[in-house]
Ligand binder design. Structure first.
Ligand code: KIV
Length: 277
């Protein structure tokens, strides 16, 4: 049985911290799921870390569905939450519902994530009313990077801090089961977490959130284009991979790989027979 929204609410009530991690493929989802992480996010960050786009903006519904299916196949216990990509839920209620349904029905995820607070509260309500759990995402919302003027900390002054608090309350009111707080000051994130009953999942939002989310390639030291301040590298996987790949390359060139251990034997008299013809 996968993690449920009811369990997440109970975790907040008990003060049990919630871990969420992104995954984009079968192999990684399996490792994350086996590690016991209760929430897997198929984030539209896949556009940057997997597909090599400069931002999350070009990510399409079809790209999301392709990766969601792989993550669902690779996991058994985690709730799989998937991003509705840029402009896939803003145009109309019909568009938001159609795309949320695709993520659940075609992709096999259990919940969707949308970026925005008060401005998308009506869409959150419509999706939730159809029986689809919605996680929201406020603070630094990467799909709005052009409007925000870059990947900057949000909510540092009174007006923007109040707006984030109002957004969090609007999201809860609209029926979302959790909210991601990205790159907001720790004190504000802690205050928001105490002000609403749904779990807050922070990324660059300090220890006062009810849970934390990270991009898997960041914590593994696998994505090396840049290292966000909010990340802790628990391994240097890019270095390990690079070393292994160089060893393979050099051994193929030198003839050291493969050896008998990686080869298959046969009755060599067959080769003698072949030579006769
Ligand atoms: O797309 C993503 O991976 C995200 C997380 C950073 C929260 O939205």
């Amino acid at each position: 049985m996968r993690t449920t929204v009811i369990q997440l609410k109970a975790m907040k009530q008990k003060g049990e911290k919630i871990a969420m991690l992104t995954a984009y493929d079968y192999m990684t989802a399996k490792i994350v799921d086996n590690a016991g992480v209760p929430l897997i996010l198929v984030g539209d960050s896949l556009g940057m870390v997997i597909l090599g786009y400069e931002s999350t903006i070009p990510v399409t519904m079809d790209e999301m569905i392709h990766h969601i299916k792989a993550v669902v196949r690779g996991s058994k216990n985690a709730m799989v939450i998937a991003d509705l990509p840029f402009m896939s839920y803003h145009i109309s209620k019909e568009q938001a519902l159609t795309n949320a349904a695709r993520i659940i029905q075609e992709g096999g995820a259990q919940a969707v994530k949308v970026e925005g607070g008060t401005s998308v509260a009506d869409k959150i309500r419509e999706i939730v009313d159809c029986g689809i759990p919605v996680m929201s995402h406020i603070g630094l919302t990467p799909q709005s990077v052009n409007q925000l003027g870059g990947y900057k900390i949000q909510g540092k002054d009174l007006d923007t801090a109040r707006k984030l608090l109002d957004d969090a309350k609007a999201i809860e009111q609209a029926g979302a089961f959790a909210v991601v707080l990205e790159t907001v000051p720790a004190a504000l994130a802690a205050f928001i977490s105490q002000s609403i009953d749904i779990p807050t999942i922070g990324i660059g939002a300090g220890a006062g959130c009810d849970g934390q989310v990270q991009v898997i390639s960041d914590i593994l030291g696998l994505f090396t284009d840049f290292v966000p301040k909010h990340t802790k590298q628990y391994a240097q996987v890019a270095e390990v991979m690079s070393g292994a790949i160089s060893d393979y390359y050099n051994e193929v060139k030198s003839g050291a790989f493969p050896t008998e251990a990686q080869s298959f034997a046969m009755d060599e008299s067959i080769i003698d027979e072949l030579k006769k013809k």
